[in-house]
Design a protein around this ligand. Structure first.
Ligand SMILES: [Zn+2]
Length: 472
């Protein structure tokens, strides 16, 4: 007697090269069969006319008190996500949110290295770097995140953090940009140079190809060459035209370098006054919470919200050209593996959780096969984050599954370890496990959360090789 049978769906699995209509059987949270016709189960879900894929993994999103907020958990579940990585912290807020606002999704959280917050200046000493990052990891952070273009460190400090993290088996993700170069193609080139072939995770490749330095096409080609020459770098890209950043101003100037860049690119001065004008004219779009979800506001409402919160609201600009989004979603290396490993959204609480809606448009366009969609939306992230039991539907794998209406490009059901978290588009999951390293497991458990533990030592020692050699 199984716990669950997902009946008659079109099952797609990149790893096992499956694309056929079949029944999936789940028992004790694990997949026991992808040929479960005629078996008995306590629960049946009818997936006829739907596609059944390994649970969507959002490799980079925001769901902390600083960015994303508590609404992120509902928004991710509605978007069919079953595991997701919070890319900015603070970690403590993520732990609290998972407990209180979690929707059954597995969450890994990065801890930010932020000058003025957990390091004193943009040039932290080696001792400071070691102490902050090891504290973050033992508190349960999956890894550490350098905020680059948003809150830059010097190139020297950035380089030290990359190398110290790798030596200490700490997963390090980075938003390009330093005190010398912005969040653009120059920042990306500089970062790769100062890493000196040390593996790291480079966040959202397309954010550096917005045409800030050279024409977009030229920037895409530079980024492509860099990635081709540096297979040790793990990276993701997103599909949404909007970004997300902070509206917070200090002494008349937006705090975030990215916000200032966006203003300049839209022809506004990089000041509080410039931002006010951009909001008024609908170029900077303030986020607004409605019925537990975050939406994009209209200019008048947005301006009011931004003023009322003394500028401290998240907002978005329409700054991501379509060419880099398309290119990095589909481009391949010479060995026919993907140039950019995975999809992400950089969403969560930023309203752009479009892996399914936009990713499947690429399938319909013939730019990706359905199996490749599975690779980029689940299997590849599972591999680079060390979630060996996720991203595929092998017997014994975790019962993390997303069921999608392909025609409408909308998730209908999703399951985490066989437990339903999305039911006919309605969120029914609660709480959630946290994905952490061996060193962080104790802290996660003692906060009353369940832990999914990854051996980052094994993971990072293998990083010098590509983890997915070729596609089919
Ligand atoms: Zn981000």
């Amino acid at each position: 007697m199984l716990d669950l049978i997902i009946h008659d769906g079109r099952v797609i699995d990149w790893k096992n090269h499956i694309d056929r209509v079949t029944d999936i059987g789940i028992k004790d949270g694990l997949i026991v069969s992808t040929n479960a016709y005629g078996l008995n189960a306590k629960n049946f879900v009818d997936a006829s006319n739907l596609i059944v894929v390994p649970g969507i993994i959002d490799s980079h999103m925001h769901a902390s008190s600083w960015l994303g907020g508590p609404e992120a958990y509902q928004m991710l579940a509605v978007a069919g996500v079953t595991s997701a990585f919070e890319m900015a912290g603070p970690l403590n807020s993520v732990k609290k949110y998972v407990k209180k606002h979690g929707t059954g999704i597995n969450i890994g959280s990065f801890e930010q290295i932020k000058p003025g917050v957990n390091v004193k200046t943009a040039t932290p000493s080696i001792d400071e770097i070691i102490s902050v990052s090891s504290q973050a990891i033992s508190d349960g952070a999956y890894g550490i995140k350098i905020l680059g273009g948003h809150y830059p460190l010097t190139p020297e400090a950035t380089s030290s953090i990359i190398k110290i993290s790798f030596r200490n088996n700490i997963y390090c993700a980075i938003h390009a940009g330093s005190t010398e170069n912005g969040s653009n193609i120059k920042g990306m080139s500089e970062l790769i140079e100062i890493a000196e072939n040390t593996p790291f995770h480079l966040a959202h490749i397309n954010a550096y190809c917005r045409g800030a330095v050279f024409p977009v096409l030229q920037e895409v080609s530079i980024a492509e060459d860099l990635l081709n020459n540096h297979p040790e770098i793990v990276c993701e890209s997103y599909l949404s035209p909007i970004n997300g950043c902070s509206g917070k101003c200090n002494s008349g100037v937006p705090e975030s370098g990215v916000t200032r860049n966006c203003l300049l690119s839209k022809g506004y001065p990089a000041t509080e006054e410039g931002l006010r004008k951009a909001i008024k004219e609908g170029q900077a779009i303030v986020h607004v919470a409605k019925q537990g979800l975050i939406e994009l506001s209209e200019p008048t409402e947005g301006l009011e919200l931004w003023e009322k919160s003394f500028t401290d609201t998240p907002l978005s600009f329409n700054v991501n050209p379509s060419l880099p989004r398309f290119h990095f979603a589909t481009a391949k290396r010479q060995n026919s593996s993907f140039l950019v490993d995975a999809f992400c959204t950089d969403g969560g609480g930023i309203p752009r959780n479009v892996i399914i809606s936009s990713g499947l448009s690429l399938v319909k366009l013939g730019a990706l096969s359905l199996e490749e969609f599975v690779l980029k939306s689940s299997y590849s992230s599972a591999q680079f984050y060390g979630l060996t039991n996720k991203g595929h539907l092998s017997e014994g794998a975790d019962g993390d599954i997303t069921i999608i209406d392909l025609e409408r490009q909308t998730p209908i059901f999703s399951f985490v370890k066989g437990k339903k978290i999305l039911d006919k588009g309605k969120v029914v999951g609660q709480g959630g496990s946290m994905i952490t390293s061996k060193q962080g497991e104790r802290s996660i458990l003692s906060s009353g959360l369940e832990a999914i533990t990854v051996d980052t030592e094994i993971l990072l020692r293998n990083r010098t090789h590509r983890f997915i050699p070729t596609s089919h």
